[in-house]
Design a protein around this ligand. Structure first.
Ligand code: B12
Ligand code: SF4
Ligand code: SF4
Length: 372
């Protein structure tokens, strides 16, 4: 299709016009598959990826070893897409709004109930639902190429949600989806930042969009609100301090010095997005897959702390929350109980201090100390 279009271009229209035409068709396919935003970024070096090796060298990724993966030449894969996928010419960046019409964590402030971050309430794990949509966009593009050219050149496509060798937010910026804000999230002027990103790398040379302009201005609300002071500078996160990392990615003992600041978070953290003025009027989606499962908004802490494996498997089937495993989730709930200032949890915590799961037991001892 793309070559056929360029052939036709010589019969009148300019080549770049035809590229724009096919790029807008790609965006149409993304819309038809339920993505709220779609843009196209070129594959080249960006100044934002240049800082990645230093970020890793400083150890700011903590135990997230997968971010350190290197190519045969020993270079960090995520620092140069052109090197790890030399065949790729364009990155199609899609975004879907997962915001639902429920209070923000700062509005639901009962300290004796926990907080699970907004993105994890959903009925389906976003990795799976977004990947399915991306694959359908791929199919639509390929079908369109084949329909318009009998000898369609074999173009390559590779879809990723989180797992690709690239920093998705950098490409989202250059695809015009949103700017990389001081809280490091992608914010779209109309939709805010409650967005999942997904990318399709392709060998098709598509018309790239313009990068989204930075609209943070002089605001610093996210930086000021972060309970663990995880931003070392605007737009620079030390993941080791971030509650999202601590509750989701960190295995074993949580650093004692950070436990109090973790508050009632049992999975992820939304604070730096909750306080953002660009999310004040963020629209809510009606998509069934993003509607919350029962009991996950402001969950009862003792329910989670005492949960058994069988219930965990049932409640969190196909949920991103499975990533912490039962033990990690219970550990987080126990810490949140310690931070609750509510002595009603003491009897439960005393039982949990004898728990066969040593991690849960150790954190329960800390929580008892904190409450007493
Ligand atoms: C690892 C990871 C995390 C880690 C580290 C976060 C981080 N900021 O890197 C942890 C576990 C903490 C995390 C948390 C969250 N994550 Co996360 N995470 C990822 C993942 C898998 C990789 C990100 C990565 O490579 N980070 C490496 C660092 C270096 O990149 P960075 O911080 O974004 O920094 C870039 C820019 O800020 C910029 N930069 C850095 N320093 C400087 C300095 C200057 C001066 C300038 C101008 C620029 C600049 O360049 C950097 C690249 O080098 C991506 C998916 C993907 N494959 O990209 C999802 C992703 C970023 N996460 C996502 C989400 C939703 C979250 C949470 C909101 C979940 C939650 N509610 O708990 C939080 C948000 C916390 C936060 N403020 O970032 C979404 C973001 C969507 C969006 N709207 O932006 C993504 C894209 C997943 C997805 N597919 O939708 N995440
Ligand atoms: S997610 Fe929470 S802990 Fe992490 S940077 Fe944002 S406010 Fe801080
Ligand atoms: S709170 Fe302010 S500084 Fe932070 S991301 Fe939003 S607009 Fe930018």
């Amino acid at each position: 299709m793309y070559q056929a279009l360029t052939k036709r271009a010589t019969r009148g229209k300019s080549r770049s016009f035809m590229r724009i035409d096919f790029s807008s068709r790609v965006k149409q396919f993304a819309r038809e598959e339920g993505f709220d935003l779609c843009g196209i970024a070129p594959v080249r070096e960006f100044r934002e990826t240049e800082s990645f090796p230093a970020w890793i060298a400083a150890g700011r990724h903590g135990d997230m070893r997968y971010l350190e993966s290197r190519d045969d030449a020993g270079e960090l894969k995520r620092s140069s897409l052109a090197r790890v996928a030399p065949w790729a010419r364009s990155v199609i960046v899609c975004a879907v709004n997962y915001n639902t019409a429920h209070p923000y964590s700062m509005q639901a402030d009962d300290p004796s109930r926990g907080w699970i971050s907004r993105y994890a309430w959903s009925h389906e794990d976003y990795h799976d639902s977004a990947l399915k949509r991306l694959r359908r966009v791929e199919v639509a593009i390929q079908k369109n190429l084949a329909d318009h050219q009998s000898t369609a050149p074999n173009h390559s496509f590779r879809s990723y949600v989180d797992t690709g060798p690239l920093i998705e937010r950098v490409y989202a910026k250059y695809a015009g989806v949103g700017w990389i804000a001081k809280n490091t999230c992608i914010i779209n002027q109309k939709l805010g930042s409650w967005l999942f990103l997904g990318v399709i790398l392709t060998s098709l040379e598509l018309e790239a969009d313009l990068p989204a302009p930075d609209c943070c201005g002089s605001c610093t609300r996210c930086i000021d609100a972060c309970p663990t002071h995880a931003f070392v500078a605007p737009g620079e996160l030390d993941a080791r301090l971030c509650i999202s990392y601590l509750t989701i990615e960190k295995r074993g003992e949580l650093p004692e010095g950070l436990r109090s600041a973790m508050g009632r978070h049992v999975f992820g953290c939304d604070i730096c997005q909750d306080v953002c003025p660009w999310n004040r009027k963020a629209p809510a989606t009606a998509a069934p897959e993003f509607q919350p499962r029962n009991g996950l908004i402001n969950p009862a802490l003792d329910w989670i702390a005492e949960m058994k494996q069988e219930e965990f498997n049932r409640v969190f089937r196909a949920s991103p929350i499975r990533r912490t495993k039962l033990s990690g989730l219970r550990r987080n709930a126990v810490v949140a109980m310690g931070n609750s200032r509510n002595p009603k949890f003491l009897p439960t915590l005393k039982q949990l201090a004898e728990d066969p799961d040593q991690q849960v037991a150790n954190h329960a001892l800390w929580a008892i100390d904190k409450l007493e």
